[in-house]
Design a protein around this ligand. Structure first.
Ligand code: AHZ
Length: 312
């Protein structure tokens, strides 16, 4: 006990030389040329652990009841979150992203190239985020897709009412009976079922590792087209017999694909809005390949739909 207390006392003692060390530097310039006496403020490892875990578990507690859950933090999901965060600082919005790195496919412009193309009028979305671009007439070009994604992400993460849970997978949807005259078995979506992605990846070789849940009256799914994780919610809706079948994403046609995705962004089942490329699987819409305007504007439309559903 005594040794422990002594250790703490040492850790919390003021550094011997307070002159020009890191604790007292007010500007970067004050750090420069003072490296001899440089030292960080003291810390104990448990302080780091507690600083992280306390906040994470408080967030899990807070967001267990969310107003809106966005599944997927690709270009569409992040655009949706940006619009909702801007419009409604009073709503509690959780973003669940399976990957460690949010951003989905929007870190590159296409193939492994850097520049990102957006057809007009999606330039207005870039302007509202102060993302610079080159104007090519009918379309604009951001010099690196990562500039788009990192700027968007930084703004989304700065909202006090938006929490990104990355490395977390939506494994299922929460449902409630909502029978209609046409379909007595209809449900509404009432939240999501989550697990650490690393756990989700091991359901085949570890026995039942039960998930966690988030209740929310409104879920916005933007999980991309079919793939290892993609089109998650709409595939689940078919299994649950809430959608008869999927249309299946069609071949590439930039001219038609982008209009269709934006126009069809909507509430597919009560409580579940679908946006971005996940929609192509519902409607049998074409893909657009490396043009991202539809992802941004589908996000704008998804947010608008969400707010009109919310206000009902
Ligand atoms: O990790 C996925 C990605 O970041 C995440 N995701 C998928 N399933 C999930 C689940 N739980 C949590 N069950 C999940 N997260 O969703 C994100 C989807 O991002 P994306 O970039 O794949 O989709 P998007 O619709 O935002 O953008 C599509 C971009 C494309 S694809 C395409 C083409 O193939 O022609 N063209 C464009 C512009």
């Amino acid at each position: 006990g005594l040794a422990f207390k002594k250790d703490l006392a040492v850790k919390h003692a003021a550094p011997a030389n307070g002159n020009g060390n890191a604790n007292q530097a007010k500007t970067l310039a004050e750090l420069e040329n003072n490296w001899e006496s440089f030292t960080f403020s003291p810390i104990r490892e448990s302080q780091v652990s507690r600083a992280m875990t306390r906040r994470y578990f408080a967030d899990l507690d807070t967001y267990a009841e969310s107003d809106i859950v966005i599944i997927g933090a690709g270009s569409c999901g992040l655009s949706t979150a940006y619009m909702l965060g801007t419009a409604r600082p009073d709503l509690r919005i959780a973003i669940i992203e399976a990957g460690v790195a949010p951003g989905g496919g929007a870190w590159l412009g296409g193939q492994l190239f850097s520049a990102m193309v957006m057809r007009k009028p999606a330039d207005v979305f870039l302007t509202s985020l102060s993302i610079p671009y080159e104007d090519e007439g009918d379309f604009v070009v951001v010099k690196h897709a990562a500039l788009f994604t990192s700027t968007l992400l930084s703004k989304v993460l700065a909202f006090p009412n938006v929490k990104l849970f990355n490395a977390t997978t939506v494994e299922d949807l929460i449902t409630r009976p909502a029978p209609t005259a046409e379909n007595p078995d209809a449900v509404r979506i009432a939240g999501v079922v989550t697990n650490w992605t690393l756990v989700s990846m091991h359901h085949d070789d570890q026995s039942c590792m039960d998930p966690n849940t988030i209740n929310a009256p409104l879920v916005i799914s933007t999980t991309g087209h079919d793939g290892p994780f993609g089109a998650f919610s709409v595939k689940r809706l078919v299994q649950m017999q809430q959608l008869e079948k999927l249309g299946g994403m069609r071949g590439l046609d930039m001219a038609t694909a982008e209009d269709a995705i934006v126009k069809q962004t909507r509430e597919v089942v009560k409580g579940l809005i679908v946006g971005g490329m996940e929609l192509s699987e519902v409607d049998g819409a074409n893909r657009m390949g490396p043009t991202f305007g539809a992802m941004a504007l589908s996000g704008v439309k998804a947010a608008e739909e969400a707010l009109s559903v919310w206000e009902e």
